[in-house]
Design a binder for this molecule. Sequence first.
Ligand code: PSU
Ligand code: MN
Length: 307
Amino acid sequence: MNALTPEFLTIQRDVADALAASRPVVALESTIITHGMPFPENVETARAVEAVVRENGAIPATIAVTGGRIQVGLADDELEALGNAKDIAKASGRDLAAIMARGGSAGTTVSATMRIAALAGIKIFATGGVGGVHRGAEETFDISADLSELGRTDTVVVCAGVKSILDIAKTLEYLETQRVPVIAYGSDDFPAFYTRSSGLKADHRLDTPAELARAIGIHDALGSGTGVLIANPIPEADALDPAFIDGAIAEAVAEAGMRGIGRKELTPFLLARINELSGGRSLKANIALVKNNAALAARIAVARATS
Ligand code: PSU
Ligand code: MN
């Protein structure tokens, strides 16, 4: 299949069978498990998300690095161990080689998971939020590798938009420069993770999984070579009040600045702090939107397989 098989890459049996038969598969990331949510909600959510993918007709493939090997699809005990692990690495695409060379383990971010999904032949990937251009990036240069990976790897990423821990307008500008189509599902607005609108328009709107599948097919036929970002607004019933959550976000961002927290630690710090400041409401919303994205990703994968 590729240079990484079989020494460094293990594809779980049901995932390999589905891929061989061209049945729908959805990739899932693992930094959300290792760094994005506390235990035990992280493991419960990872299991629930896999179940949602199956209920919607696709096979889930949670991707992580364990003991120096890339795992595409995790057994239940592996998933539990990942969620329980202390001091596990957060691997973006550029971190993979060094971590694997020393036999390490890691949760994979959107950038790493996109790369691995592409190697494994999985087209559709569901997550919560992608990384982006951080607020104050004009000073810090802190721009997630997720955005440059979207500009060079043709994996489709289904997310709930970008949360306002980031500079959303600059993130959309960066994606435009990278030639990444940004398509909102069933909405004119680009969503802001915890809320259904960021106040900014999405470039494109499509309203059905079949239309999304068709757009992905055409994007590939054009030889575009980039990813596609599908922004799926959080369900109305799970969305948070914008004023409430923006207050918690502003406080967490200010605190990170004061404490000098930056680089890879910044996003995990902000997520954990916003959860504390919101009395657990941000985590609840996060869980709901990840499931919602997994369902849409599965439906797109099914639409692709049956078209
Ligand atoms: N946003 C979330 N939850 C997460 C992440 C982002 O709401 O778990 C993770 C994803 O794995 C994403 C990564 O790819 O953080 C981006 O990290 P950074 O900003 O350091 O590039
Ligand atoms: Mn960063």
